[in-house]
Design a protein around this ligand. Structure first.
Ligand code: FES
Length: 333
């Protein structure tokens, strides 16, 4: 028999919500961060950037098991990119704030699955790829939702119950429960819309501020912060010839402050590459013995003589810089 004093929220549900809360915070913040980074990045929607969504789709289309979909949507790469960024933002907000949590977690699952089948395809061993971990991590939220702990939806639900004058669980008949669910759904939808709009505005403002800055593009912007004494006929001085003995690599920072390598594979031949992996942006390391670059994140390898990927999940070559040698000094062109 139901206890008339039984609280409106069952303690067991609260316990589930409490256990899931750290997962919600981590996944929510991570998906919001990933979405905002894409909105803010000057490379993401740049069709010429190896780190851009177009190049990543073109690379993935060569061996992805869903290449038949990629080849159909590739001409709308910018739209796909914006949809992915917005999807990550909405999923993260829903999970973090506990609004339509199951739905948001399902969206995060679909996004992670799409990454596994495209940019993550070929990652070996499979657990080096982060997206497969995210797929597994959102499953408990898809199954249990937010559990009613510290969530906007549970606050709305409790308010609806108070509005209906309900005092205890015994008053919640199936018909009343349906009415509560309907009102909660409508009010949560309004909250989700408001939060999503705020997220899009934040992303738009971030993008505007970032594209207004001359130092934001990883690969394409000239150096705006070079001191005059470092300027040479070819641009910014990055090293002396003696800094790069034949067969070695010298680390320098590119125009945006990102890591880069200068190599001298043969006497008088100089090559410079960005050290940012074109898969998901980890810094690569130079292997002098193998004469290649290796990415510690998911195992991509790049040929040091061309910058082209030779194995692993990266599909695009490392960004290459032109260098000019004047006397004993080496400049970025
Ligand atoms: S970031 Fe994934 S292989 Fe480099």
């Amino acid at each position: 028999m139901t206890n008339p004093q039984q609280p409106l929220t069952a303690p067991r549900n609260q316990q589930v919500g409490w256990v899931l809360f750290p997962l919600r915070v981590f996944l929510g913040v991570t998906f919001i961060y990933a979405g905002l980074l894409k909105f803010i990045s000057a490379d993401y929607l740049n069709p010429d950037s190896p780190a851009g969504v177009l190049k990543q789709m073109q690379g993935a289309a060569t061996d992805s098991p869903i290449s038949f979909i990629l080849t159909r949507v590739i001409e709308h790469a910018s739209l796909v990119g914006i949809t992915i960024a917005a999807g990550e933002l909405f999923a993260g907000l829903g999970i973090l704030f506990g609004i339509w949590t199951r739905f948001a977690a399902a969206g995060a699952f679909v996004l992670s699955l799409s990454f596994v089948l495209t940019v993550g395809w070929g990652t070996y061993p499979y657990f080096f790829g982060p997206d497969i971990i995210f797929m597994a991590a959102v499953l408990p939220l898809m199954m249990a939702g937010d559990g009613g702990y510290l969530s906007v939806e549970s606050i709305i639900r409790n308010r609806v119950k108070l509005d209906l004058g309900l005092q205890s669980a015994s008053e919640i008949t199936p018909a009343v429960d349906k009415a509560i669910a309907r009102r909660t759904l409508i009010q949560s939808g309004a909250a989700a819309g408001g939060l999503g709009l705020a997220g899009l505005i934040a992303g738009g403002i971030g993008r505007k501020m970032n594209t207004a800055s001359p130092t934001t593009s990883l690969l394409n912007s000239p150096s705006p912060t070079v001191s005059k004494s470092n300027q040479g006929p070819g641009g910014r001085k990055i090293a002396k010839v003696s800094d790069v003995p034949v067969g070695t690599a010298f680390k320098f920072t590119d125009a945006t402050g990102g890591p880069a390598y200068l190599l001298q594979p043969a006497i008088g031949t100089f090559l410079a590459y960005s050290a940012i992996c074109t898969h998901e942006g980890c810094p690569v390391d130079y292997d002098q013995g193998a004469k290649n670059f290796g990415c510690p994140c998911h195992g991509a390898q790049f040929d040091a003589s061309t910058g082209s990927p030779t194995s692993g999940p990266a599909r695009s070559p490392l960004a290459k810089y032109k260098v000019v040698v004047t006397g004993q000094d080496i400049y970025l062109a």
